[in-house]
Design a protein around this ligand. Structure first.
Ligand code: HAM
Length: 409
């Protein structure tokens, strides 16, 4: 037996239906905010991701050389490609641009619950609104989409500037090590590393910053910083909009392109991989040959949304099974068409089996059976049977369609 590759999944129809249903709710929420869907290629030149995505992503990338010797990579995330597309195709459009996407992404990670090698991200990018209002809109949009999906989660909102202010005198290389430990929330490692560098003072300020939950506490640690007003403005909008969140200035994000506001969300039922969303303000377009446009966005782990929602609901489909004797074959096709035209999922018998075998099959798969034999065909009628109640009656096609529409017992 050939197995699917590690870290990938198959989705059977019930699960696909559930995924599409949730996807639709998320798209609908995005639409109400004016975010329109875009699509970029599944693979891009490797360079797109090596420029600024950060080591984490580069080490996990699925890379390959095509027959023309080009170095390509499967998309590990959505933002870089969307900004590349903006530079290639949409620089002249009136800004801000509000775009969203649902894309499959690929990362060579160790698979576990909620962590896959092929996964889907529902992302949004707001391009060209480098303002507190833009930052706030992106967080409110993310919250609206996650609530539309039915997810319960904890939202953490922060900003990179306070951390950068504390680390301003630390050499770049050490800064990267500290940020990486913070991103992995490896506090023990952080303590050990800072002690080994004799940076005990820094350890104290960092600890205080990680514990700070108000802007007053933060600016008491950092002193005045230029971003203070913008940080306060975003926090104030979120408070007046009455969404549940906590301030967390220890968020550093794993990707290297963030420049300001950052946020993450953590959901229930997920175990260790509980980060359901990550995002923030960033600059990327100038690296791809465009203008230095400020942007802001997020990626929701769509598969984590599905894990968090839990068990599959029982699909509530009204299925019509069309059963017939061989003489009524063409009549059965016509009946099936009429039921489909009325909007019902209609499945005609396709196998050469007797009526009782057809009925047995319908008992497993359908809510109603529509039976046609020679007599029904001659009279232009059908025998309609409610498979659960076991009731049946002969009626015109129109009456049968009306009966099914009204849930006839
Ligand atoms: P990210 O935090 O790397 O950010 O990914 C976003 C979300 O994708 C994560 O919070 C997580 O829910 C989900 N995710 C990541 N890796 C996996 C995996 N292996 N399996 C399942 N789900 C996963 C980004 O990718 C940025 N592009 C977000 C962004 C958009 N920032 C600005 N705009």
């Amino acid at each position: 037996m050939i197995q699917r590759p590690r870290g990938t999944r198959d989705f059977l129809p019930d699960e696909m239906e559930f995924r599409r249903n949730i996807e639709m709710k998320m798209r609908e929420a995005a639409r109400r905010w004016g975010y329109r869907e875009v699509c970029t290629p599944t693979f891009e030149t490797q360079e797109l991701y090596t420029i600024r995505s950060g080591e984490g992503i580069i080490n996990e990338m699925y890379t390959f050389e095509d027959k023309g010797g080009r170095a390509l990579a499967l998309r590990p995330e959505g933002t870089a490609a969307v900004l590349r597309m903006y530079v290639n195709e949409a620089k002249v459009l009136a800004k801000p641009l509000r775009w969203c996407y649902l894309s499959d992404c690929y990362r060579y990670e160790r698979p576990q619950k909620g962590r896959y090698r092929q996964f889907w991200q529902f992302g949004a990018e707001l391009i060209g609104a480098d303002t507190a209002e833009g930052d706030a809109e992106i967080i409110l949009l993310a919250d609206d989409i996650l609530r539309a999906a039915g997810v319960t989660y904890d939202l953490h909102v922060g900003h990179l500037s306070p951390m950068r202010a504390i680390l301003r005198d630390i050499p770049e290389e050490r800064k990267r090590v500290i940020m990486a430990l913070l991103d992995k929330k490896n506090m023990e490692g952080l303590e050990e590393t800072l002690s080994s560098w004799h940076l005990e003072d820094l350890e104290c300020s960092l600890k205080d910053l990680l514990e700070a939950t108000t802007t007053d506490e933060v600016f008491a640690i950092t002193g005045p910083i230029p971003e203070q007003e913008r940080i306060e403005a975003v926090v104030n909008v979120l408070k007046t909009e009455d969404i549940q969140f906590r301030q967390n200035y220890g968020i550093v994000r794993g990707l290297d392109y963030y420049t300001g506001m950052v946020f993450e969300g953590f959901a229930e039922n997920l175990g260790a991989e509980n980060q359901i969303i990550g995002g923030g303000a960033y600059r990327l377009a100038h690296l791809f040959g465009g203008d230095d446009v400020g942007s802001c966005g997020f990626g929701i782990g769509f598969d984590r949304v599905m894990v968090s929602l839990g068990d599959l609901p029982v699909p509530e489909n009204t299925v019509i099974a069309v059963l017939y004797t061989p003489e009524a074959r063409e009549y059965a096709f016509s009946l099936s068409r009429q039921f489909r035209d009325a909007g019902f999922r209609t499945e005609m018998n396709l196998l050469a089996r007797g009526i009782s075998a057809q009925m047995k099959h319908a008992a497993k798969t359908a809510r109603y059976a529509v039976l046609a034999g020679e007599r029904e065909m001659a009279d232009g009628t059908v025998t309609l049977r409610n498979m659960q109640a076991g009731n049946q009656r002969e009626c015109t096609v129109r009456e049968a369609i009306d009966g099914v529409s009204n849930g006839w017992e």
